[in-house]
Design a protein around this ligand. Structure first.
Ligand SMILES: Cc1cc2nc3c(=O)[nH]c(=O)nc-3n(C[C@H](O)[C@H](O)[C@H](O)COP(=O)(O)O)c2cc1C
Length: 184
């Protein structure tokens, strides 16, 4: 297990090859086995590929151009995250009206589900990155609106998925757990 966790990487460059429907369904199925408080199963998945992904390109472009009007190079390089990705899955978490604790717990459960998808992706020879910033658009209304999510859903992750262009060779750096742990 430790080796599997050490091997998991954020993959950002993909081949143009589409992801098979069967593999997409395996990712979604893996997500649903995540732990979740009181079995609220608070996740929802929006799958973007082909035409819908093409339409999302315009949403991302509009957002970037509005946000960085004087930085066309940044806009162009950021757009590659969308144009070079064959599959995007947006994952939302249910907001529990009047119960902030439950709403936060739901985001924890959805985060666990995303981690399951990430590990599942690697076992299917797929690469994945969980995006929130930039074209991840998790902290903006544009993507929420585009996918047609309801007022009671919060965006947690924009998962860019595909067959990796090349394996990652850079070392995975982490602070040792001993510096992050207090033994009481
Ligand atoms: C909540 C969350 C948000 C992230 N947002 C972004 C993002 O917006 N853009 C990006 O390129 N990577 C994003 N990442 C991926 C991290 O940058 C990546 O996991 C980190 O650099 C560690 O690399 P590793 O996953 O290969 O171990 C995000 C990861 C998490 C967990």
């Amino acid at each position: 297990m430790l080796e599997t966790l050490k091997k998991r990487r954020a993959i950002r460059n993909f081949l143009p090859q589409p992801v098979e429907r069967e593999k997409i369904e395996s990712l979604l199925e893996a997500a649903t086995y995540a732990p979740n408080d009181r079995m609220r199963e608070p996740w929802h998945f929006y799958v973007l590929q082909g035409d819908s992904l093409k339409r999302f390109e315009q949403v991302a472009l509009d957002y970037l151009q509005e946000r960085f009007p004087t930085k066309p190079n940044l806009v162009e390089s950021s757009m590659k995250a969308v144009t070079n990705t064959p599959l995007i899955i947006v994952v939302t978490s249910a907001i529990v009206e009047g119960d902030e604790g439950a709403t936060i717990d739901n985001t924890f459960a959805v985060s666990s589900a995303i981690m399951s998808m990430w590990l599942m992706a690697e076992s299917l020879d797929l690469g994945m990155v969980w995006r929130t910033r930039g074209v991840g658009l998790v902290h903006d209304t544009a993507l929420h609106k585009f996918i047609g999510a309801t007022e009671s859903e919060r965006l947690i992750g924009t998962l860019c998925i595909g067959y990796p262009e090349e394996p990652i060779t850079t070392e995975k750096k982490r602070t040792t757990f001993s510096e992050k742990t207090t033994w009481l």
